[in-house]
Design a protein around this ligand. Sequence first.
Ligand SMILES: [Zn+2]
Length: 208
Amino acid sequence: MASLRSSIRSGVCRGLLAAVALLAFAGSASAAKFSRVVIDPGHGGHDLGGKFGYLYEKHLALDVSLRLQRYLQAKGITTTLTRQRDVFIPLEDRPAVSNAIAKSIFVSIHFNYVSYAGPAGTETWYYSAAGQQLAALIQNRVAAGLGTPNRGVKFARFKVLRSCSMPAALVEGGFISTNNDRARVLDPRYRQRLAELVGEGILGYRRQ
Ligand SMILES: [Zn+2]
């Protein structure tokens, strides 16, 4: 972009033409940024994830993932789910789905659980630089749209992210262990909104 800005600053017609050509190229490049979103509902089967009584993270993650899939498909975006029902998928098999698809991005859906009282809100994790950009766009939309505490965009060496050769992000959509957040995640309207906001973040990434 530095060369584009200097082209525009020069005010020379040839420079402007070059800038227009560059913009056109950038536009087509971003349109082809990814061709498929691999949605990864965390946990499944005997791996319940976080739990509070009979409320299991694995069910919430699948519910939001299916909502996200519907949202993206309605926007004309092709998706693949690493699981479509309550089955156990080994951690290493999840990024493998995405690694096998050219120009995919990987978005994993989770909910938080901690053994102490208090924390609330959402956070999004990344490992690679490309993942950081994706994670930031998702987290900004989610935090602004839900209005719950924004715990930010964070680096992690999670295996599920580390093994991805494409941009990858892991969304934590609220704390099952915290009363206020748990009440929210139990509400289907919250889960629908969360899914749409994650989807908006993904669309924002595609536009960049
Ligand atoms: Zn989880």
